[in-house]
Design a protein around this ligand. Structure first.
Ligand code: MEV
Length: 764
C-alpha cells in the first residue's frame, strides 16, 4: 500500500489575537485534513507550493542528517487540501499549517518513522514549525502548526503547546458566516493601527488577553475530576462572560484598524446564540468565515442551526468536528474522480481505474461480478424468493463536493442517466464543484392519539399535558436506545399537534446519527405511547416513524461559469437563460415540476439503490417535501447571478444511512459505499442530492438547447446494438450506423451488424 499521511486544520477557541502578544490561547484541531501522498501513477504530479517545498526541504535534510535517507533521495509528495474548500471558497482553517505537517509526516513515515511515536513527534513538530515559519516569512504564532501535528486541543503560549482535555459536557460547533476570512489583511490593518495609536492598541489587547485567560481558566480541569452538572453550569457562565469580553475586545480592535471584523452575519450569529443562552465568538482573525458556538446541550446547537438556516440563510457546519486527531496514516488516498475517457474503457479497465482512483483492490471489485449477491442470500433477506433481479451498476465521474472528489456508484436501468450526471458534474466542477451541508439527522417518530370512548375529549388540554411532560418523555424515549446515546444521538424534541378535535399527533424528534433510523424510531414511538395514554387518558393508535424527513435535508448548490455550458450551437449565456426559463416553468406549473423532479430522482434514486438504501422512503419523502407549501414545486431551482453564472440549489430530505439494513447485508451495496468513501449518512445524503442536481442540470441543458431526443437516441442506439449481438468495438460502430440511418430498431440493427461483419477488414 502506498503511504499517505494526513494532518488536521485548526480553529481557535480563544486568544487568536492575544497569543500574538504572548498571552495564552486555546486552539483545537478540526477534522478537515490535508493529505500528503506519493504522486499518482499517471505521472501528473503537482507543482510544489512554497509551503510544500519548505517542508520537503527541511524534512529531507533532517532524514539525511539522521542517516535514514540517502542524498538526492525523495521527490516531494502531492498534497490534497480539498476538504478545506466549500465550493470554490477556501475555509480559514489553517490549511497551510496542515499541508506543512502532512508533508513532514509523509516523509517520516516513508522512512519507517512513525510520526506519532513519542520519540519522533517532537522532531516532527519542530520541523513543521520551522518550515511553516520559513514559508510564511514568520509572523504567525505557530498554534496552527501545533494543532496540525499534535491534534486534540492545546493551550498555546509563546511558541509552546500543552495538550488539554476537552471540557466534558461542553459541545462545540461552527457556523459559516458566509465570507472568506481575510486574516493577512486584518492583521496588517491592526499593525498599522498599533503604530498610529499604541495606547489604544494596548488597551484592546489587554481586554483580549484578559478574555483569553478567563476563558482558559473556566475551560481547564483536572483530567481525573470532570465537573458535575452544577460545576459545568458555573464554568459555562464564566466561558460566556469571557466570550463577551473577547467580542468587546474585537470591536475595539476593529475601531482601531478601521476594518470590519464583526460583519453583519457574525453579529446575527452571536445575537441569535446569546438569545438562546449559548455563547458565540468569531474563530480566527475574522471579517468572515467561522463563528464558534458553545453549548452544554447538544440539541440547543441543532435548534440554533435550524433557526440560522431557515431565518438567516446561515449554515451550521455539522461536518466540522473539534479535538481531531493530529498526524495520522491514511488507509486510502483521496479519490480522484476526473477519469478522462472512462466511458471508453472496457468493464475490466474501468474497474482498474476505480481501483487506482480509490485505492481499493481489484479483488474487492470482483464482488461486482454477476451473482455475487446470490439467491441464497436473497432468500434470507425477504420471503418467497425465487431468484434475483440484476441491474447495471455504473460509476459517475467528475463529482467534487465540498472540495472532495467522489466516484458515484449509480444503479439504474435507464440509458443516459449516468453519462448525463457525469457530464453535468464536469460543468459544475468548472465552477469549483458542489457546495453542500446537512441538517442534523433528526427524524420524527409519530404517535396517534384519539379520545377514549368513555372520557371527555379536550384535545388542547391533552396536548398541553404532553408538552408539560416533554422532558420526562424525552428521557423515556432515550431509554429505548441506550446505544444511540453512546453514539451521540437520542431524543431531542417533542411536539404535540392537534390535527382534529378528536385526534392528536405526538412527534418525538430523534437524532439518528448515521442510521436511516426506521426501526429505532418505531421503537421510540412504541416506548412513549403508554406514557402518553397515562398522561392524557387518550388512546394510542399508530406508532410509527414519519417518512417525511423534512428535518433531515441535504442542501446542495452549484455555480457554473457560462462558458462551461456552451455547446450544441448555443453560447454559454444562451444556455444559462434557457435553463433559468426552464426552472421558472417548473416553478409555475406542477405538470412540469413533476417531470423536472423525475429527472432529479433519476440521479438520486440511482445512488439510493446502489448503496442499498430505501428508495421508496426517499421517493415518498422527496415528493411530499416538494408539496410542503400546499402546491407541488420543483426540488431544484436555477438562477443567473450578477456575474452571469448559472446558480442552482436544492434541498432534499435524505433519510439515508451508512450503517444497518441492506447497506450491511448486500455485498455490492457495501462495496458501493466503499467506492464512495462516505463516512456519514449526512455525507451520503449530500452525494445523492448532488447526483440529483447534476441530473437536473443535464436534462435542462439538453431541453433548453437541442432537445432531449438526440442525446437519448445515441445512447438508446448502443443498447439496441448490444441487443442485436454486437460486441467490443462493434457496439459503438453499430450505434453510430443506426443513428445515421435514423432508424433505431432491432431488425435494422441485426441487418447492419451482418453487413458490418461481412465487410472485409481493412485494419490488418
Ligand atoms: C427523463 O428520464 C427525465 C427528463 O424528462 C427530465 C426533465 O424533463 O427535466 C428528461
Amino acid at each position: 500500500m502506498s503511504i499517505s499521511v494526513s494532518a488536521p486544520g485548526k480553529a481557535f477557541l480563544i486568544g487568536e489575537y492575544a497569543v500574538l502578544e504572548g498571552a495564552p490561547s486555546l486552539v483545537t484541531a478540526v477534522d478537515v485534513r490535508a493529505v500528503a501522498h506519493a504522486p499518482r501513477e499517471d505521472g501528473r504530479g503537482q507543482q510544489p507550493t512554497s509551503v510544500v517545498a519548505c517542508a520537503h526541504a527541511r524534512v529531507v535534510e533532517y532524514l539525511q542528517q539522521a542517516g535514514v535517507a540517502a542524498a538526492g533521495d525523495d521527490g516531494h509528495p502531492d498534497v490534497d487540501t480539498g476538504r478545506f474548500y466549500l465550493g470554490a471558497r477556501k475555509l480559514g482553517l489553517g490549511s497551510s499549517a496542515a499541508v506543512t505537517a502532512a508533508v513532514v509526516g509523509y516523509h517520516l513515515a516513508a522512512h519507517g518513522l512513525d510520526p506519532r511515536d513519542p520519540e519522533v513527534l517532537p522532531d516532527a513538530l519542530e520541523l513543521a514549525m520551522a518550515a511553516h515559519a520559513e514559508a510564511q516569512g514568520g509572523g504567525g504564532s505557530g498554534a496552527d502548526v501545533a494543532a496540525a501535528v499534535l491534534g486534540g486541543t492545546l493551550r498555546f503560549e509563546q511558541g509552546k503547546a500543552v495538550p488539554v482535555h476537552p471540557l466534558p459536557g461542553l459541545h462545540l460547533a461552527f457556523v459559516d458566516a458566509g465570507y472568506p476570512a481575510i486574516t493577512s489583511e486584518l492583521v496588517r490593518r491592526v499593525r498599522q493601527g498599533q503604530a498610529a495609536h499604541p495606547a489604544r492598541y494596548s488597551a484592546a489587547m489587554d481586554v483580549l488577553a484578559d478574555a483569553s485567560r478567563s476563558f482558559i481558566d473556566a475551560y481547564l480541569f483536572d483530567g481525573d475530576d470532570p465537573p458535575d452538572d452544577d460545576g459545568l453550569r458555573e464554568r459555562f457562565e464564566r466561558l460566556r462572560k469571557a466570550t463577551a469580553t473577547h467580542n468587546h475586545g474585537l470591536r475595539l480592535l476593529q475601531e482601531l484598524a478601521g476594518a470590519t471584523f464583526i460583519t453583519a452575519e457574525i453579529a446575527t450569529i452571536v445575537e441569535q446564540a446569546e438569545a438562546m443562552g449559548l455563547c458565540a465568538k468569531p474563530s480566527g482573525a475574522s471579517g468572515g468565515d467561522l463563528v464558534l458556538i458553545m453549548a452544554t446541550d447538544r440539541s440547543a446547537l441543532d435548534r440554533l442551526g435550524e433557526r440560522l438556516r431557515r431565518v438567516h440563510g446561515l449554515v451550521l457546519r455539522t461536518d466540522l468536528s473539534a479535538h481531531a486527531e493530529g498526524l495520522r496514516a491514511e488507509q486510502r488516498l483521496p479519490t480522484n474522480s476526473r477519469l478522462a475517457g472512462f466511458f471508453k474503457l472496457s468493464v475490466e479497465n474501468r474497474r482498474r481505474a476505480v481501483a487506482e482512483a480509490t485505492g481499493l483492490s481489484m479483488d474487492r471489485l470482483r464482488e461486482l461480478d454477476a451473482g455475487s449477491f446470490g439467491v441464497q442470500r436473497a432468500n434470507h433477506m425477504i420471503e418467497n424468493v425465487v431468484g434475483t433481479l440484476e441491474l447495471p451498476l455504473a460509476i459517475a465521474t467528475n463529482f467534487r463536493i465540498n472540495g472532495r472528489d467522489f466516484l458515484v456508484p449509480m444503479c439504474v436501468e435507464e440509458a443516459s442517466v449516468v453519462a448525463a450526471a457525469s457530464n453535468a458534474a464536469k460543468m459544475i466542477r468548472a465552477g469549483g464543484g458542489f457546495a453542500a451541508h446537512s441538517d442534523p439527522p433528526w427524524m420524527i417518530a409519530q404517535v396517534q392519539l384519539t379520545p377514549a370512548l368513555d372520557a371527555p375529549a379536550d384535545a388542547e388540554a391533552a396536548a398541553h399535558a404532553i408538552r408539560e411532560a416533554a422532558e420526562r418523555l424525552l428521557v423515556l424515549a432515550d431509554e429505548a436506545h441506550p446505544r444511540l446515546l453512546i453514539r451521540g444521538g437520542g431524543a431531542r424534541e417533542l411536539e404535540a399537534r392537534v390535527v382534529d378535535p378528536a385526534m392528536l399527533v405526538v412527534h418525538v424528534l430523534v437524532d439518528c446519527q448515521d442510521a436511516m433510523g426506521a426501526n429505532l424510531l418505531n421503537t421510540v414511538a412504541e416506548t412513549v405511547a403508554p406514557e402518553l395514554e397515562a398522561l392524557t387518558g387518550w388512546q394510542a393508535g399508530l406508532r410509527i416513524l414519519s417518512n417525511l424527513s423534512d428535518r433531515r435535508c441535504a442542501h446542495v448548490s452549484a455555480r457554473i461559469p457560462p462558458e462551461a455550458l456552451a455547446g450544441r450551437g448555443y453560447t454559454g449565456p444562451q444556455v444559462v437563460d434557457g435553463i433559468v426559463s426552464a426552472s421558472r416553468f417548473a416553478e409555475l406549473d406542477p405538470y412540469r415540476a413533476t417531470t423536472h423532479n423525475k429527472g432529479i430522482m433519476n440521479g438520486v434514486d440511482a445512488v439510493v439503490l446502489a448503496t442499498g438504501n430505501d428508495w421508496r422512503a426517499m421517493e415518498a419523502s422527496a415528493h411530499a417535501y416538494a408539496a410542503r407549501d400546499g402546491r407541488y414545486e420543483p426540488l431544484a431551482i436555477w438562477r443567473k447571478d450578477e456575474a452571469g453564472w448559472l446558480e442552482g440549489r436544492m434541498s432534499l430530505p435524505a433519510a439515508v444511512g451508512v450503517v444497518g439494513g441492506a447497506t450491511r447485508t448486500h455485498p455490492v451495496a457495501r462495496l458501493a459505499l466503499e467506492i464512495l468513501g462516505c463516512q456519514s449518512g449526512a455525507e451520503l445524503g449530500q452525494v445523492m442530492a448532488a447526483a440529483g442536481l447534476a441530473s437536473n442540470l443535464a436534462a435542462l441543458r439538453a431541453l433548453a438547447t437541442e432537445g432531449i431526443s438526440r442525446g437519448h437516441m445515441s445512447l438508446h442506439a448502443r443498447s439496441v446494438a448490444l441487443g442485436a449481438g454486437a460486441t467490443g468495438p462493434e457496439v459503438e460502430a453499430l450505434a453510430r450506423a443506426l443513428v445515421e440511418h435514423g432508424e433505431i430498431k432491432a431488425e435494422r440493427a441485426m441487418l447492419l451488424l451482418q453487413q458490418m461483419r461481412a465487410r472485409p477488414r481493412t485494419d490488418s
